[in-house]
Design a protein around this ligand. Structure first.
Ligand SMILES: Cc1cc2nc3c(=O)[nH]c(=O)nc-3n(C[C@H](O)[C@H](O)[C@H](O)COP(=O)(O)O)c2cc1C
Length: 326
């Protein structure tokens, strides 16, 4: 698969990107450990989980884990969200001090507590405000600014052509399009044709997103829409192999265990002991098909020691297959 190669594939402003497929930002998942693992398998850039500029202003204690990134991750972007343009700018300037390669603005989060206060996908209801936010960040930051949108608030207000045009005219260096409305959240199918429509009217790179479940899908999305790159979200959970063109279910048990051990260990390194608890959500995805009973899940999720947990995972994965019932 030639999607993620070493020659420059496209650029975000002045930042060359060596590849065309990467991990989508996912709150609670795409932290430093998951990004590092995804990069090992070929994800070509890193974007943080979305960061609330209110948390930046208040110096939220969780922030330090959210904003830590590794030099090996470059190109690296912080994604920021808010409904208040001035607070967002202040947050972006604060993040700029940590020297990311660019800043991405979240205009797609569908979560009620975000969208209903006018942040995330809530911004789609106010394209003029989108313009003001992008313009202000572009003006005050000396690194590229990008945005990630959805198609609109709902099917009656599909304004992706208007918002994407405003985003480009306001100086953004790229745009990512999750081809669903806010109302859809994650239901239905992503409308890839809309990504093609956005690409056709813009000059800046367009990153397609929604329902990509393999590198073949990514290639199909690029061929169908002309988009410059593709972001993969849910299909990468417990499945970093996707970035190298294979899938979790195609891996040997030893490869599955190797990656789980590495990810678990990175989690503990990054978060300390709580990293074991935080790993459970990843484990659910890595061990799909293995956590077959509430008892097994309960046992697995009660362990708070790293080696004990890994030993239990090994025992579960390596248990002899049960004979088929006749
Ligand atoms: C658990 C979860 C958390 C997410 N958090 C973010 C986020 O922080 N920022 C963002 O732009 N999108 C976020 N998204 C949306 C994804 O980036 C992506 O747009 C969406 O999942 C569609 O892509 P997919 O079909 O490949 O999953 C999140 C999605 C999921 C499932």
């Amino acid at each position: 698969m030639s999607l993620n190669h070493t020659a420059t594939s496209f650029s975000i402003g002045t930042i060359p990107i060596n590849g065309r497929v990467f991990l989508a930002p996912m709150d609670g998942f795409s932290d430093l450990p998951m990004r590092l693992i995804s990069r090992q398998f070929g994800s070509c850039l890193s974007i943080s989980e979305f960061i609330n500029s209110i948390d930046i202003k208040q110096g939220h204690p969780h922030l330090i884990k959210q904003i830590t990134f590794s030099e090996t991750e470059r190109p690296f972007a912080y994604q920021i969200f808010d409904d208040d343009p001035e607070r967002m700018l202040a947050g972006a300037l604060k993040l700029r001090e940590r020297n990311p390669d660019y800043i991405d603005i979240n205009m797609g989060c569908s979560a009620r507590n975000v969208a209903n206060r006018g942040a995330g996908a809530g911004l789609l209801k106010d394209p003029l405000k989108i313009g003001r936010i992008v313009e202000s960040l572009v003006k005050h930051l000396d690194i590229p600014v990008t945005a990630k949108i959805r198609l609109g608030w709902d099917v009656t207000t599909l304004n992706y052509l208007e918002t994407s045009r405003i985003i480009q005219e306001s100086g953004a260096s790229a745009i990512a399009v999750h081809a669903r409305t806010r109302k859809q959240e994650f239901s239905g199918t992503a409308k890839w044709d809309a990504i093609g429509e956005v690409k056709a009217q813009l000059n800046i790179p367009v990153i397609g997103n929604g329902d990509v479940k393999s590198l073949d899908d990514a290639e199909r999305m690029m061929a169908q829409t002309g988009c410059d790159a593709v972001m993969i979200g849910r299909a990468a959970l417990g499945n970093p192999w996707i970035f190298s063109g294979s899938q979790r279910q195609d891996q040997s048990k030893s490869e599955l265990l190797r990656v789980i051990e590495m990810h678990l260990h990175l989690n503990v390194e990054h978060y300390g002991k709580i990293g074991i608890v935080l790993f459970r959500k990843h484990l659910t995805h890595y061990l799909r098909g293995y956590l077959t009973s509430p008892e097994i899940r309960k046992h697995m999720y009660s362990i708070t020691d790293e080696s004990e947990l890994f030993e239990s995972i090994c025992n579960l994965v390596n248990q002899p297959e049960l004979p088929e019932k006749s």
